[in-house]
Write a protein that binds this ligand. Structure first.
Ligand SMILES: NC(=O)c1ccc[n+]([C@@H]2O[C@H](COP(=O)([O-])OP(=O)(O)OC[C@H]3O[C@@H](n4cnc5c(N)ncnc54)[C@H](O)[C@@H]3O)[C@@H](O)[C@H]2O)c1
Length: 324
C-alpha cells in the first residue's frame, strides 16, 4: 500500500504527502524541484517530509518516462496522486514550452505508467481555469468547457481528455479535480496572497487588476487535503459501457470579492494596502465560483475554513517562516 504523490515538494503535494504519512500510509514523493519559484521553499517543505518515517523522496522529472516507469516497477503503487505540473496562468504566456513538457508529456507518462503498472486509482489535478470565458455561475462540471483563455487552462483540459481516453481504452480508473484558488500555509509565492503579503509588509503597492472587480472561490488547503484523503479510497464505480473516470470541482463554493479579500488581509496583517489599479491581465478571468454539489454527494465534502481563518493562518505561517 504505497501511494505516489507527484509534485511532493510543491504546495498541495507537500500537505497531502504529510497528511497521508500521519495517517500511517507509506508515501513516495516525486519532484524535480524546478526554479519556477523559490527552490528554498520547496526544499524546506521537503525537509519536513523527509523527517517522517513513512516518506521516501525520489528526485525525478516526470518528463523522463524511463525514470518514471522504473519507479512504478520498483514500488507497485496502489494509488497515484498526481500534482506535479507547471502551474500559473500568467507564466503560460511567457513560457509555453514548459507547460507542454510538464503538463502534456509529463501527464502522458503518468498515464502510461498507470497503464503498464496498474493502480487502483489515479487522482490528478485539473483547474478551475478550464471554465475559461464561461459566464454562467457557479461553474458546474456539466458545463461546456471549450473556451480556454490560456495555454495553462488548455493543458489542464487536455489532461481531462487524456485521462478519459486511458480510462476508456485501458481501464485506468481516474478522478480529475478542478481546484479553485488553493491557499494556506506553505503556499505559492506566485499567488496573490503571498505576493500581497510580501508587498504590504514591505510598504509597497499591490497590483489590483480590473479595478478590483474580480472574485475568487478561495479554498483552504486543509479542506483540499481532507478531500484528497477521502477520494483516494473512492475510485470511480465501474458502470457497464462507461469509462472509469470522473471529474469534480473542488472549491469552497463561496466566491470572495477581491476587495473583501484585500480587507481581510489588511486585518490579519494590521497594515493598510496601497492599491495600484491595473487593467485585466491577458489569460485571466473575472470570477470563479465552484458548484461543489457533486463532491459533497460523493465523499461528504463540506469545506470548513472561512477566508478570515485561512488568511490568518497563512499570515501566521508567513511571519514564522520568514522570521518576521
Ligand atoms: N494552487 C492552486 O490554487 C491550484 C489551482 C488549480 C490547479 N492547481 C494544480 O494543482 C497542482 C499542484 O499545484 P501547487 O499549487 O501545489 O503547485 P506547485 O508549483 O507548488 O507544485 C507543483 C510541484 O510540481 C513540481 N514539478 C513541476 N514540473 C515537474 C516535472 N516535470 N517533474 C517533476 N516535478 C515537477 C514542481 O517543482 C512543484 O514542486 C498543479 O497541477 C496545479 O496546476 C493548483
Amino acid at each position: 500500500m504505497t501511494v505516489l504523490v507527484t509534485g511532493a515538494a510543491g504546495f498541495i503535494g507537500f500537505h497531502v504527502a504529510q497528511r497521508l504519512c500521519h495517517l500511517g500510509v507509506p508515501v513516495v514523493g516525486v519532484d524535480n524541484l524546478n526554479a519556477y519559484y523559490s527552490v528554498k521553499l520547496k526544499r524546506a517543505r521537503l525537509e519536513k517530509l523527509e523527517a517522517l518515517p513513512r516518506f521516501a523522496f525520489a528526485p525525478l522529472d516526470i518528463v523522463d518516462k524511463a525514470d518514471l516507469l522504473a519507479l512504478f516497477q520498483e514500488y507497485a503503487f496502489t494509488e497515484v496522486i498526481h500534482l506535479a505540473a507547471q502551474a500559473g496562468v500568467r507564466y503560460s504566456l511567457e513560457a509555453p514550452d514548459t507547460y507542454a513538457q510538464a503538463n502534456l508529456v509529463g501527464f502522458l507518462n503518468v498515464l502510461e505508467a498507470c497503464r503498464q503498472h496498474p493502480v487502483r486509482h489515479l487522482i490528478y489535478a485539473s483547474s478551475s481555469s478550464v471554465y475559461g470565458a464561461n459566464s454562467k455561475l457557479p461553474f458546474s462540471v456539466q458545463d461546456p468547457v471549450e473556451q480556454p483563455v490560456s495555454l495553462y487552462a488548455a493543458s489542464k483540459r487536455a489532461n481531462e481528455l487524456m485521462a478519459h481516453s486511458y480510462a476508456h481504452l485501458f481501464g485506468v480508473a481516474a478522478t480529475g479535480l478542478r481546484f479553485f484558488t488553493v491557499y494556506g500555509p506553505w503556499g505559492r509565492p506566485d499567488m496573490a496572497l503571498y505576493r500581497f503579503t510580501r508587498a504590504m509588509l514591505a510598504g509597497e503597492p499591490i497590483a489590483v487588476y480590473n479595478q478590483g472587480d474580480m472574485a475568487r472561490d478561495f479554498t483552504y488547503i486543509d479542506d483540499i487535503v481532507e478531500s484528497l484523503v477521502r477520494l483516494r479510497l473512492r475510485p470511480p464505480v465501474p458502470v457497464p459501457g462507461c469509462p472509469p473516470c470522473q471529474l469534480f470541482n473542488i472549491g469552497r463554493g463561496a466566491p470572495v470579492p477581491l476587495t473583501a479579500f484585500i480587507e481581510c488581509l489588511e486585518q490579519a496583517l494590521g497594515v493598510k494596502a496601497v492599491r495600484n489599479h491595473l487593467p485585466m491581465q491577458p489569460g485571466d478571468v473575472p470570477s470563479t465560483w465552484a458548484d461543489i454539489g457533486a463532491l459533497a454527494e460523493w465523499i461528504g465534502y463540506s469545506p470548513k475554513v472561512t477566508i478570515e481563518q485561512g488568511v490568518a493562518a497563512f499570515v501566521a505561517w508567513y511571519k514564522e517562516f520568514h522570521r518576521l
